[in-house]
Design a protein around this ligand. Structure first.
Ligand code: 5AD
Ligand code: SF4
Length: 471
């Protein structure tokens, strides 16, 4: 599909950075830097967007806090994927009336996918009058301008118009730590799975140029980042909108050639677009971690068709076989939806059969949640909540048993792991990740954080491995 993507010009981004400078001047009147609070819901793409919001805020002279009550600016970056996430956001945003009452100058912003849903924007306009600024993902690059307008004039701003989407390079970034980094390689989704809101709120698929991606990866590698995840709603359609003849497998090879001591991960892959070329590239690129998140959603062909997934159960299983023939110890994770409208318990049992056949290392399981404006929300949905919950429990129980068995197979092995932070359990003060991204708890010197180290796996649970440093 040939399409020209709107690219935000360097001049436009420079204009936004000029607004940052103006706000910084306003902020200079305080004795110490005013504080900003950024809260992120949902997927890694949102985490990556929040890193840009923080980048802009830092350039405006804000420091950061985890306490809403002391913040001069609050930004809530929201997720629309399921009802539950939305309710949580609305509850938490509602509670901010209290912080605003104590501090009437506080500026409250809501951005991300919920802002892009017309019914949510309307609700915020009518019933959440303490929220000053609402903007969707398409308008994120203009955040400094919005904040400046709020600070210098009265009134609220709603920038939530529908848009096929654009690409903005050169927005400053404040990353969460110096070890792991997200790199967006594309935005949006063209797949329109019938249950999913993402294509409506994040616009059409558009790819960043390989040059921009490689420049970012080189910078990260040079700065000592150890774990780089390439992000997109469907990374396997990378490059389709670019003039250059390049696909995701080609991009992986180019990223793999960047010098440095780091592993490359990517997500998410749509099974219909993940094929032998990608699997060959994964097998041949030494930095690409032996792990793939390959959501199958349902195991029954009628349900897959109603979901508009455009693959069959057989085609999915064949891909898994092709992958394992090249990378036998690949770590496989997936997403599953239970209770899609019209799915019977018999059809759901086909999902259990896929679990038994593939034996995923981990599974992200969801009960179907109707999203306004999507085709599935208009489909008859006769199954009771109780029956859906019972099926959900069967799925979780089966996967837990498989996850535990998979983890037990690690016990006794020595694995090179990346120490990524401090753990919450005082008996195991550090956490690490295997190349396949399994979590390992262990005890060691804090100085190890950010380094690769060999860990001997000594035990496990359903959720994690336990290990010790190999001296
Ligand atoms: N209801 C439940 N789960 C959903 N997902 C996407 N949309 C919905 C929905 N309406 C799940 C899919 C997707 C993951 C990110 O969220 O499994 O892969
Ligand atoms: Fe949603 Fe399907 Fe696109 Fe994933 S591929 S974001 S599930 S529409």
């Amino acid at each position: 599909m040939e399409r020209k993507t709107t690219r935000i010009s360097p001049d436009d981004i420079a204009g936004q950075r000029a607004y940052c400078a103006e706000i910084k001047e306003l902020n200079a009147r305080f004795d110490r830097a005013p504080l900003a609070y950024v809260d992120t819901y949902g997927c890694q793409q949102n985490e990556a967007d929040s890193e840009r919001i923080r980048g802009y805020l830092a350039e405006m002279g804000y420091a950061f806090t985890q306490d809403e009550s002391e913040a001069a600016v609050i930004v809530i970056n929201t997720c629309a994927i399921r009802e539950h996430a939305e309710q949580r956001v609305l509850g938490n945003v509602g509670a901010l009336t209290h912080t605003k009452r104590k501090n009437p100058n506080q500026i409250i912003c809501l951005c991300g996918c919920m802002a892009q849903e017309p019914h949510v924007a309307e609700k915020l306009r009518q019933s959440f009058r303490h929220v000053d600024l609402v903007f969707g993902p398409h308008a994120l690059w203009r955040f400094p301008e919005f904040l400046w307008r709020i600070q210098t004039r009265r009134g609220r701003i709603f920038e939530t118009a529908d848009d096929p989407g654009s690409i903005a390079e050169g927005i400053p970034v404040v990353r969460q730590n110096g070890i792991k980094a997200w790199v967006s390689i594309m935005y949006g989704c063209n797949n329109f799975c019938s249950y999913c809101i993402v294509p409506y709120v994040r616009g059409r698929e558009r790819s960043r140029s390989p040059e921009a991606i490689l420049a970012e990866v080189k910078e990260l590698a040079a700065a000592g980042y150890r774990d780089i995840t390439l992000l997109g709603q469907n990374v396997n359609s990378y490059g389709r909108d670019l003039e250059e003849d390049i696909d995701f497998a080609d991009l992986l090879k180019r990223v793999n050639a960047v010098p440095g001591d780091f592993l490359i991960r990517f997500m998410t892959s749509h099974p219909k677009d993940a094929g032998e070329k990608l699997f060959d590239a994964m097998a041949s690129c030494e930095r690409v971690a032996p792990v793939i998140h390959l959501p199958f959603q349902a195991g029954n062909n009628r349900v897959l068709e109603a979901m508009n997934r455009r693959y069959t159960r057989e085609a999915y299983l064949e891909k898994v076989r092709a992958l394992r023939s090249r990378i036998p110890d690949i770590v496989l994770t997936s997403d599953v939806i239970v209770g899609f409208p019209g799915e019977t318990t018999e059809e759901f049992e086909d999902t259990l059969k896929v679990l038994e056949e593939v034996r995923f290392d981990a599974l992200f399981t969801f009960i179907y949640s109707p999203r306004e404006g999507t085709p599935a929300a208009r489909m008859p949905d006769p199954m009771s909540k109780e029956e859906k919950s019972a099926n959900f429990q069967r799925l979780v129980d089966l996967q837990n048993a498989i996850s535990l068995e998979k983890h037990q197979a690690y016990v006794g092995k020595v694995l090179r792991c990346l120490v990524d932070g401090e753990g919450e359990d005082p008996r195991n003060n550090l956490t690490a990740r295997t190349a396949g991204n399994r979590l390992v708890h262990f005890t060691g010197d804090k100085a190890l954080i950010g380094a690769y180290t060999d860990l001997k796996i000594t035990g496990c649970s359903t959720w994690a491995l336990f290990g010790e440093v190999v001296e």
